[in-house]
Each structure stands twice: as structure tokens, then as C-alpha cells.
Design a protein around this ligand. Structure first.
Ligand SMILES: *Cc1c(COP(=O)(O)O)cnc(C)c1O
Length: 375
């Protein structure tokens, strides 16, 4: 029996009727760009994230770009971020002419190490951009304390973390701006691309609304050079339909992760297996990991991946290369050795199926295969 890394069809079957009705509504309205459907989703998303403002856009990548543009980040500026993430969390810093400054990760959480941020701050630092990797939030209390002391805004890359909490606060509600992605594989996935920026700052929200519409404030009057990045109504209708299901789906992922943890511990699996680490206070109910990925470290990772492939068990390596060693960022001039914990993680991590509809038998099967490999 095969176990896919993700099974979107299983989710679609649960909500098919509702989704078709929502899409039909948009087709009948023939209003595809922004409009009432998008406004309505933005309102619900803002309430879900416990922030005053949410601005839809075309993708999570654009959300990052718009957030940085709203903060007027440009040539000569520096943005502190993690090198262990998806490409987009660094690419828009560079696209806007700014320089990414990399702080290494905490090996327990795979998230930016708050302790390393302070040393990376210079007079040119214009933002700190932590990424809440795999669905677990970075240490936002420490990060906000450092940022506050230096008067630097914080942009949360919460693309993988919608509904995650740190100290009871939801992702995207702590930093100056929060950026979300609705790529289909995220916990809240659209049927295409989509993104969202959250903020408590009304001025920034206004700027975001203008920037996503070519910098327009009144019709055809452009106050600054924006981009075309809007959430379409079809995606907003899908997302609004799915939103009430999101917490249930994320809870199912959390249960699956717990089952893995328990089984791995029970079997006292291969040396080098380390179950997904948590924030230091993981027992603390105020933290909520939403397991967009269930990621662990494994000895002989590449051989394990080959073995799982042959068994038909879905898995992935997020991410195989530190961002500063990506070919496209070579001009930044970084070399191997810059962030040792990231360099270790890229060799060791492997993500396993954790999607909500995964069955207990499937989890057993994955664990049994891994146990067989290490025997
Ligand atoms: C998915 C993702 C993005 C980009 O989102 P898109 O909607 O695919 O553009 C950015 N950062 C992180 C950490 C992501 O996981």
C-alpha cells in the first residue's frame, strides 16, 4: 500500500458540495478580482488571525514582497532572516535591492535562533524576518523584545503557520506584518495561488491595499510604483469555505504527529532518529504547532529517502541547501561554514506524511518501514 506525502483529494471529498456552491456563487456574480467575496474572506481571515487588518494578494511570495515594500525596504537596507527556509523568504529581500543577513537556526526547532539575531543587527538593519518553519512559530517574545529595543519592524513569514500560536498569540499577529501563503499544500490551501498580509497598523494596511493595485489610491492615480497582486474571488470563495475546517484539520495533523512521536519512542528507533523538536516550553499549552510538515532528523538520510521511495512512502527534504549557498545568491559572496546548524540540518532532515486524513494504519506502515531500514 502506498502512502502519499499529501492527499488533497481526500480533503476535497469532505467539502465538495460546499466548494462547488461557493464557486458557483462567484461564477454567477462574474466578479473575479477583489470585490465582495475577497473582502468577506479578508474579514474572516483577520478575525481568525486576531489582527485588525488582512490584505489578500496573489501568493505567499507576493505577501512577503508587499510587506517589505510597505516598510519601504530597498537598496542599502539589510534584513535579518533565516537561511533554512523556502527560497522566497530571501528572494524578495534581494529583489528589492536589500541585503539578506543570515542568522543561524536553533537546532531544536529549525527556526531562527533569537540569540543570534542581536549580533547581526547593524545601523542598516531595516527589518527582521523570522520564518515559522514547518508550522511551529519562532521565539517571537525574544524576537519582539530585541526588535523593540532597536526600533526595527518584524515581518513574520507565516506561510507555513496559519493558526499556529506562540504564547497564546496567533501567527501573523505579533510582528509588524504577517505573511501567509495559500499554496495548495499549506494547511489552508487554495485551488491555485493566493496569499495574505496581516497587520495591526492601519497605515500599513492602507499602503498594502494600494501597493497590490499598482500603487493606486484613486482610480488611475498612482502615488507610488506598486505591483499587480490581488487575490481572486474564486480563490477567496474556496478559502472562506475551508476556513471553518482549518482548526479541525490542523488538530488532526497534531494528533498524527503525536502518534509518530509515540511510535518512534516506543520502538526506540535507530540511533540518530530525533523526533520533531518543539519549542523549549512545548508542554506549555500556549504554544500550538500546526504541523504543516512533520520533520525529523535521520542518520543516513539520503539512503533512508531512497528506501522509502522504493516502498512507495511519500517523503520530502525541506530544504536541501542553505539559502546563502543557492546558485542565484552566489553574488552575495557567502561560503560554506556561515551557519553550521543550518548546514547540518540540510543533511539530516526528512519530512513524512502528516496530512489530516492519514490513517493510523498508514502511520504504522511508515514507522515500520523506517524501523526496517535501520535494522
Ligand atoms: C510556501 C512558502 C512561501 C511562498 O508562498 P507561495 O504562495 O508559494 O508564493 C514563502 N515562505 C515559506 C516559508 C513558504 O513555505
Amino acid at each position: 500500500m502506498k502512502v502519499p506525502l499529501l492527499d488533497l483529494k481526500a480533503q476535497y471529498r469532505q467539502i465538495e458540495k460546499e466548494i462547488r456552491k461557493a464557486i458557483d456563487g462567484v461564477l454567477e456574480s462574474q466578479m473575479f478580482i477583489l470585490g465582495e467575496t475577497v473582502r468577506s474572506f479578508e474579514e474572516k481571515a483577520a478575525a481568525y488571525c486576531e489582527v485588525p487588518h488582512a490584505v489578500g494578494c496573489a501568493s505567499g511570495s507576493d505577501a512577503l514582497q508587499l510587506a517589505l515594500m510597505a516598510l519601504k525596504i530597498g537598496p542599502g537596507d539589510e534584513v535579518i532572516t533565516t537561511p533554512f527556509s523556502f527560497y522566497a523568504s530571501t528572494s524578495y529581500i534581494v529583489r528589492l535591492g536589500a541585503v539578506p543577513v543570515f542568522a543561524d537556526i536553533d537546532p531544536r526547532t529549525f527556526n531562527i535562533d533569537a540569540e543570534k539575531i542581536e549580533a547581526a543587527i547593524s545601523e542598516k538593519t531595516k527589518a527582521i524576518m523570522p520564518v515559522h518553519l514547518f508550522g511551529q512559530m519562532a521565539e517571537m517574545v525574544k524576537i519582539m523584545e530585541i526588535a523593540g529595543r532597536h526600533g526595527i519592524p518584524v515581518v513574520e513569514d507565516a506561510a507555513q503557520a496559519i493558526g499556529a500560536r506562540y504564547n497564546s498569540r496567533p501567527a501573523g499577529s505579533i510582528g509588524t506584518l504577517g505573511c501567509f501563503s495559500f499554496f495548495p499544500s499549506k494547511n489552508l490551501g487554495a485551488y491555485g495561488d493566493g496569499g495574505l498580509v496581516t497587520t495591526a497598523d492601519e497605515k500599513l494596511a492602507e499602503r498594502l491595499r494600494s501597493l497590490r493595485m499598482h500603487g493606486e489610491r484613486e482610480k488611475y492615480i498612482h502615488h507610488e510604483i506598486g505591483i499587480n497582486s490581488r487575490l481572486d474571488a474564486l480563490q477567496a470563495a474556496v478559502l472562506e469555505t475551508k476556513l471553518p475546517w482549518l482548526d479541525g484539520w490542523s488538530d488532526a495533523r497534531r494528533e498524527n504527529a503525536e502518534t509518530y512521536n509515540k511510535l518512534f519512542q516506543e520502538r526506540d528507533l535507530a540511533p540518530g532518529m530525533v523526533v520533531t523538536p518543539h519549542n523549549a516550553e512545548s508542554e506549555n499549552k500556549r504554544h500550538r504547532h500546526i504541523y504543516n510538515q512533520y520533520t525529523l532528523r535521520a542518520e543516513a538520510r539520503d539512503e533512508l529517502a531512497d528506501f522509502l521511495r522504493n516502498k512507495g512512502i511519500g517523503h520530502a527534504v525541506y530544504y536541501p541547501v542553505p539559502l546563502y549557498l543557492q546558485p542565484c545568491f552566489a553574488f552575495l559572496g557567502h561560503e560554506k561554514g556561515l551557519c553550521p546548524e543550518t548546514e547540518r540540518a540540510v543533511e539530516e532532515v526528512i519530512s513524512l506524511p502528516v496530512y489530516p486524513e492519514l490513517t493510523a494504519e498508514q502511520i504504522e506502515q511508515v514507522v515500520a518501514a523506517i524501523a526496517e531500514f535501520y535494522r
